[in-house]
Design a protein around this ligand. Structure first.
Ligand code: PGA
Length: 240
């Protein structure tokens, strides 16, 4: 996994967006997965702008959700669904059949995992995936200790993830479980983009780079992928 450092967040996002644009321009019906969370927000904006300017056309692209909090849906501010639709899907005016996203309100999470796994079997492997890094090194909701054999699965969230989650919600939420693509599916992606921004990610970024690949820190496992790049702004890279 090669590390690339950019002076600031906007330049980092432009570069990550370019990866997605290049992928879609080479393969218009590509399967793209972009994480929710704060890190990719600037990438969403850059991609919306690129479509407006005619530099990319997402009308045939397939989009896959990375993860979701179990118990939260589109009307819950801070759910992955709410964030990704608000900042990205609604602005691209996609058709429903272009999107496969976990339903956090499902009454049957196992069936929901199977539904998304079937979708990936039909449309995958993922052509390009854009990932953030959790404060504990999680990737999606693949928490420390996650199995490399996992496809879509239900996760008991790590205490760090539960503590960090408050930043997304405007009212207090008890989020104990998530639903996520597994490491097996993520590592099978043809092009993996891991991105991190800001001072609070500097320590986990340094661990990701310096620690041998291990399920203890799932972000280190991205180093074992054939095609993976780590994109950072200078502040996130400050402990390297
Ligand atoms: P963040 O989340 O982008 O909101 O920092 C990253 C993650 O938990 O994967």
């Amino acid at each position: 996994m090669k590390t690339h450092i950019f002076p600031d967040y906007p330049q980092l996002c432009q570069r990550v967006a370019k990866n997605v644009i290049d992928c879609v321009n080479a393969k218009p019906h590509a399967l793209i997965c972009i994480a929710g969370g704060d890190t990719p927000l600037g990438v969403f904006a850059a991609l919306v702008e690129a479509q407006k300017q005619g530099r990319v056309d997402f009308s045939r692209t397939q989009f896959l959700g990375l993860d979701e909090w179990l118990g939260l849906g589109k009307d819950d501010k801070g759910s992955c669904r709410e964030m990704v639709w608000q900042h990205f899907f609604d602005k691209l005016t996609l058709r429903g059949e272009q999107i496969c996203f976990f339903d956090g309100l499902t009454a049957n999470p196992q069936a929901e995992c199977q539904r998304v796994d079937r979708y990936i079997e039909q449309h995958g492997p993922i052509d390009c995936i854009v990932l953030g890094i959790g404060m504990n090194g999680h990737i999606g909701f693949n928490e420390p200790g996650a199995s490399l054999d996992n496809t879509c699965h239900v996760v008991d969230l790590d205490s760090v993830t539960q503590a960090v989650s408050v930043k997304y919600f405007d009212t207090p939420r008890e989020v104990k479980q998530g639903i996520s693509l597994g490491l097996k599916t993520i590592l099978a992606a043809k092009n993996i983009v891991v991105m991190a921004s800001g001072e609070n990610k500097a320590a986990i970024v340094a661990q990701t780079v310096n620690h041998p690949a291990s399920t203890d820190i799932p972000s280190t496992l991205m180093k074992t992928a054939q095609q993976a790049n780590l994109y950072l702004d200078e502040v996130a890279a400050s402990a390297l």
